[in-house]
Structure formats: structure tokens, C-alpha cells
Design a protein around this ligand. Structure first.
Ligand SMILES: *[C@@H]1O[C@H](CO)[C@@H](O)[C@H](O)[C@H]1NC(C)=O
Ligand SMILES: *[C@@H]1O[C@H](CO)[C@@H](O)[C@H](O)[C@H]1NC(C)=O
Ligand SMILES: *[C@@H]1O[C@H](CO)[C@@H](O)[C@H](O)[C@H]1NC(C)=O
Ligand SMILES: [Ca+2]
Length: 466
């Protein structure tokens, strides 16, 4: 099977995957190329973190990144599910462009485990950085293995020490805080929020160890450190009445919902001492896809010109050289269905969001799909809105009060502008072979194929074992 570059393919139980490449550009002066450390949480809610307003979960180390760097407060995942979000993150492109979004159809898959993958003609930032002489380490936590966290941490720290002459790219893909919440004894029962809180606090401890090592090795000023989550917390992850998924703070909805803010607004912290300001918050819309363009810029490369890249270089914004992000519109997909669109109106600073489709909560008004564990993207489980539900996101971040032509004089003008952007966006989409598909017209994300390795990450069908 033609699948992802071998960089991303390895058996589930292989703990660590290192790719050490010799610098290829002979004359490349690498002294100014920063090391990159990416800390990627799984299913973490934005409301679980101290520096994003949580007062009872203790995350002093993640908070330290905010204190010593930049906190993005409107950082948005390209999708509210693992695979499409991580695909977009790696490639700087909406997953629909690479066929890595769910499609609905009756097709029976021959083998779930091998039916799809990141097409080899997609370019990840890891590939580009390798070409620029970066040592690359991807460290993933194996599933459900006790003592996995300390082992994984040890590998991350030894990678840093081994690669400190630089430049290096370290991507730590936490299993935290996805169920089943494998947590070492030291942290069990220590938080105020049960096993979920324990798991968040354990991850924070791991982040702290990594930051301490960077400091100790004198790499703090030469390393760009980035912390984020692949999407929002999973509201429906419950065992009886016990919450096992994350908290999305003031934001409505969560994981697997295409448009609601809770599924896509995630923490975004950047630290690069001496280069980026410290303790600053940036509230304009930014995307997880931006890391692609940012890293490509930092290594002195240009992004691929033969395809649409949706991410934007964040450096000018992070350094405070500009006030606006380059994202005028963001498209919020649920599978292949466009559910909502965000419009950042730069002149006024207003952020609007129009929902064309939204999931039907069950029970009604519960804020999630507790009956089915995941909200669907299409079919009978969704409502189509005509006119779309429009929110003034900057004034109403909880998406509580939909606007109308009475309450918002510009109502139709705003919708017209957004509709036009959708039209233009659709023109940029090409037909690509679908990489993911399901055997039922009803979207079932837990059936999505996975090979257990990044960006396929942890599979929700594993939950059956709990
Ligand atoms: C903090 O996070 C926990 C765990 O997700 C959650 O239950 C709690 O409501 C949050 N507290 C605040 C103030 O956001
Ligand atoms: C790191 O940068 C900070 C801020 O610019 C500076 O005060 C400090 O001396 C630098 N440390 C090293 C080891 O270069
Ligand atoms: C990759 O190949 C597929 C199949 O031939 C094609 O549809 C797609 O446009 C290609 N993508 C890029 C980025 O070249
Ligand atoms: Ca996830």
C-alpha cells in the first residue's frame, strides 16, 4: 500500500522513532536556525489549563510557557478530530485537500488498518526541516502501557541532550489526556479532578522536565518551544457520571463537532527567549496549520508553490511587528462537510462566525451528544441553518446569542461576505483520492482507520476495551 512516508509509519508498539540525518546543505549556516520543540497534547480542553483560566487544575509548567512567551487566545485547530487536525498541522493544509477527512459512503473497507494514509506527495514540515539539516525526533507515548510516561520522557530528554549541538526538531506527541488516561502512580489521586485531572497534571510535570532540560542545556534562547492540543476536550467521554474528558471553558461544544468553538479552540503557547516578547497575549485568530509556514520560514525555505497552503507564518505577529494575523476566513469542517466559517474583519477587529450546519445535541440542550458519544457531521443528527446561525464571536465567545436582522443591522451584508468567501474557497478545492472512509452513511469517527502512529494517533475504537 502506498502510504505515508516511512517517517510516520511504524508498528504500534515501537516506542520511539528517531530519524537522524546529516546536514545536507554544505554551505548552510545553521547557527541561526532555532531548535524546535513541539509539545502536542491529545484531546486537551482549553479550559483545563491554568493560564487559560483554570483555577483548580495545577499546570505550573505549561503556565510558565505563557509567562516566558506568548499566549495565543484564539488559536484554532483545523478540525475537531485527531486525524484531520494532525494532518493539517503537519502539512499546513486543510485535511480535505489531502483526502484525510472522513467521507460518507456505503463502501466497505477491506482493511481498516491499511485503508488510508497521508499521501506521499504531501509535504510535512518535518520533511522540510530534515532537508535543512535538522535532526528529527518523534516521540509518542505507547498506548496503555504502565510506566510509559516516564519512559517516553526519558527518551525525549536524552534526544535533547544528544542533539543539543543542533538544530533539532523534537515532536512530543502525548497520549495525555485522551482516555484511557494511563497515569503513573505518583499522580493518581493527586488532583482535584479525578483521574482526568491527575492525567493533566502528569502531562504538565512532563512538560516541566522538558523545559528544565532545555534550560539546563543552555538551549532556552536557541529553541522555539510550542505547546498545543490537537483539538478540544471530549465532553462525551464519561464513565457513568464520572467525567473522563476535558473541559472547554466558556466555549460551546467539543471534540468531533465541526463548528462549535469548544471543539477547535485550543491552547497555543510559544516561547523563544530573547526573540519573542514575554508574557504577552495575542487574541487575533491563528491556526495550528500556521506552524507549518512558520517553521518553513524559520529555516529559510519557501512553502511549496504547487499547492494551496492554508497556514501562515506567525513570526511577525509573535514578534509584535504586526497587529493582525493573515487569516481573514477560516473554514471549519466536520468530515468533508463545511459546518461553519469564521470571518476576521481586520479593519474593525470583529470576528464573526456563521454556522451552516450544527449537530443536534442529545439530550437537547445538554451541549453534547451523550447518547451517541460523538456528534455526527451529516444526516439526521444535524441541523442545516438557512440563513446560517451568525455570532459576533469577539463579543459573544460562548456563541450563546445568535444574531438576527433585527439585532444586527449588517446581518445580511456579513452573511453575503462569508458566502462569497465560501464560494472562493470551494474553487480552490480539487478532487483527491479519499484516504478515509466509513462503511455507513452515518459518520462514525471511532471506526476511522488507524495504524496507531502519528498522525493517525490514538484510535477511538480502542475505547471498547475499557
Ligand atoms: C478546571 O478543569 C477541570 C478538569 O477538566 C474542570 O472540571 C473544571 O471545571 C475547570 N475549572 C475551571 C474554573 O475552569
Ligand atoms: C537569553 O536571552 C535573554 C533575553 O534576551 C538574555 O537576558 C540572556 O542573557 C540570554 N542567555 C544566554 C545564555 O544567552
Ligand atoms: C497528490 O496526488 C493525488 C493523486 O494523484 C492528486 O489528486 C493530488 O492533487 C496530489 N497532491 C499534491 C499536493 O500534489
Ligand atoms: Ca485527539
Amino acid at each position: 500500500m502506498e502510504c505515508c512516508a516511512h517517517f510516520w509509519r511504524y508498528p504500534i508498539l515501537v516506542l520511539i522513532f528517531y530519524l537522524m540525518l546529516k546536514p545536507s546543505g554544505l554551505d548552510a549556516s545553521i547557527s541561526y536556525k532555532p531548535n524546535i520543540v513541539i509539545l502536542l497534547a491529545d484531546d486537551l480542553g482549553i479550559g483545563d489549563i491554568g493560564c487559560y483560566g483554570n483555577t483548580t487544575v495545577r499546570t505550573p509548567n505549561i503556565d510558565r510557557l505563557a509567562k516566558e512567551g506568548i499566549k495565543l487566545s484564539q488559536h484554532v485547530a483545523a478540525a475537531s478530530l485527531c486525524t484531520p487536525s494532525r494532518t493539517a498541522f503537519l502539512t499546513g493544509r486543510y485535511a480535505i485537500r489531502s483526502g484525510m477527512e472522513e467521507t460518507a459512503g456505503y463502501r466497505v473497507l477491506q482493511s481498516l488498518a491499511s485503508s488510508g494514509g497521508l499521501p506521499p506527495n504531501e509535504t510535512t514540515f518535518a520533511k522540510i526541516l530534515q532537508k535543512q539539516g535538522y535532526s528529527t525526533g518523534l516521540i509518542e507515548q505507547p498506548m496503555k502501557v504502565e510506566r510509559a510516561a516516564p519512559f517516553m520522557l526519558k527518551e525525549a530528554l536524552s534526544f535533547i541532550k544528544r542533539s543539543k549541538q543542533g538544530p533539532f526538531l523534537l515532536l512530543v506527541s502525548f497520549l495525555h489526556v485522551h482516555t484511557p488516561l494511563v497515569t503513573t502512580e505518583n499522580f493518581i489521586g493527586k488532583s482535584n479532578h479525578g483521574l482526568y485531572g491527575d492525567n493533566v497534571e502528569e502531562m504538565d510535570w512532563m512538560v516541566g522536565k522538558i523545559l528544565d532540560t532545555l534550560d539546563k542545556e543552555n538551549l532556552k534562547n536557541s529553541t522555539l518551544t510550542y505547546f498545543t492540543s490537537d483539538h478540544g476536550g471530549h465532553l462525551e467521554a464519561r464513565e457513568g457520571n464520572i467525567q473522563r474528558g476535558g473541559w472547554n471553558g466558556i466555549y460551546k461544544g467539543g471534540k468531533a463537532m465541526g463548528g462549535w468553538e469548544g471543539g477547535i479552540r485550543v491552547p497555543g503557547l510559544f516561547r523563544w527567549t530573547g526573540v519573542l516578547p514575554e508574557g504577552r497575549e495575542i487574541a487575533v485568530p491563528t491556526s495550528l496549520m500556521d506552524i507549518f509556514s512558520t517553521l518553513v520560514y524559520l529555516v529559510g525555505e519557501t512553502v511549496p508553490q504547487d499547492r494551496v497552503i492554508d497556514g501562515r507564518n506567525l513570526m511577525p505577529l509573535l514578534q509584535g511587528l504586526v497587529q493582525h494575523s493573515e487569516h481573514e476566513f477560516m473554514f471549519h469542517y466536520c468530515g468533508i462537510y463545511l459546518h461553519a466559517v469564521r470571518w476576521y474583519e481586520k479593519e474593525s477587529g470583529n470576528v464573526w462566525k456563521a454556522h451552516y450546519v450544527s449537530p443536534i445535541f442529545q439530550p437537547e440542550r445538554s451541549g453534547a451528544c451523550y447518547a451517541s458519544k460523538y456528534c455526527p457531521c451529516s444526516g439526521e443528527g444535524v441541523t442545516h441553518h438557512d440563513p446560517p446561525l451568525l455570532f459576533h464571536l469577539s463579543r459573544d465567545p460562548s456563541e450563546a446569542k445568535p444574531l438576527s436582522a433585527d439585532s444586527e443591522p449588517q446581518f445580511y451584508t456579513i452573511l453575503e461576505r462569508i458566502n462569497k468567501a465560501v464560494e472562493e474557497h470551494r474553487k480552490t478545492l480539487t478532487t483527491v483520492p479519499p484516504q478515509l472512509s466509513v462503511y455507513n452513511i452515518i459518520w462514525k469517527p471511532w471506526l476511522q482507520p488507524c495504524c496507531g502512529s502519528f498522525p493517525f494517533c490514538y484510535c477511538d475504537k480502542e475505547k471498547n476495551n475499557m
